[in-house]
Design a protein around this ligand. Sequence first.
Ligand SMILES: [Zn+2]
Length: 302
Amino acid sequence: MSQFQFAQTLAVKVDVCTHAGMRDGVPALMRLFDDLGVRASFFVSLGPDHSGRAIRRIFRPGFLDKMRRTNAVGTYGWRTVLYGTVLPGPQIARSFPQTMRALVRDGHEVGMHGYDHVYWQDQLPKLSATAVRAELDRARDTFTEILGAPPTAFGAPGWQCTPTSFACEDDAGLAYHTDTRGVAPFLPEMDGRRFRTMDIPTTLPTLDEAYAREGTTPAELTAFYLRQLRPGLNVYTAHAEMEGIRQLPHLRDFLNAVKGHVTFLRLIDVAGRLATAPVARVVPGPIAGRAGTVAWQEAANG
Ligand SMILES: [Zn+2]
C-alpha cells in the first residue's frame, strides 16, 4: 500500500468522445469549472468522430435500453448519430485546437481518450499489438502537434482493455492511465501478465448509467451521487456530450453540493502523490445501465 492517504477527494474526469461534445460541451464545462474553482482532467478523443458506427452495438443486450433511457439522439443530435456512416466523421481535437489550448491555459489536465473512439471501444479484443500501437501513436502525435508537448495520460474509450493495450500503454511512457472501473489506484495484472503503469479507476457510476434508474432531476441525481461518495479518493467521469450540454444542471448541482466538503484534484495530481500502488487483476464484467462489458479492477464489482 502507498503511504499517502487521501482525505475525501474528488477527481472530475471529463471524457470528450464526440465533435459536438468538444464544440459545445467543453466550453460550457470550462465556464462551470471556472465558476466553482474546479480543475478537472479532460480526456479527448484525438481522431475522427465515428459515433454513427456505434449502431453496430444495436444487437448487444442493453444497448437499446441505454439509448432510450438517456435519449441518445436528443443528447448527441442526429448528425452525431450519422457520423462515420452516411456522413464523414469530423475531427474532434483538430477542429478545435484553440479549445485544447484553453483547457491547458485554465489549469486543466488534458489526456488522450484514444484516437478513433468507436474503433477502440468495439474492436480492441481483435486488434494486433501493431494496430493498438498505431492508434496510440496517432493519438499521441495529434496531441503533441496541437499542444506542443507529449501527453502523460490515457483513458481507454469505453473502459476497454486487453493485455495488449496495457503493454502498449506501458511502452508509451505515461505517468498513469485511467482505463478501468474500480475502487482505488492499482497496478494492473491481466491474463497472468503484470503491467507497470498505474491505473486510476473511475469509482462512481457514470450519469448515463444512473440516469432514469436513480432519478432524472438534478436533485434526485445529486442525492444518488452523494450516497455513492466514499472516504478517500472518488473519481467521477463526466461526458462532455451529457454533463456539458443537457445535463449541465445536474453537474452544477452535484459540484455545488460537495464543494467545501471534498478536495478537488486532477488525476495527474493523484498520480503524483502516489509512489506506488498495490497490484490488482483486471477482468471484464457487466455494469448496470451499460451494454457489453467494461474492465473492472477485480473484487471491485461485487
Ligand atoms: Zn468516451
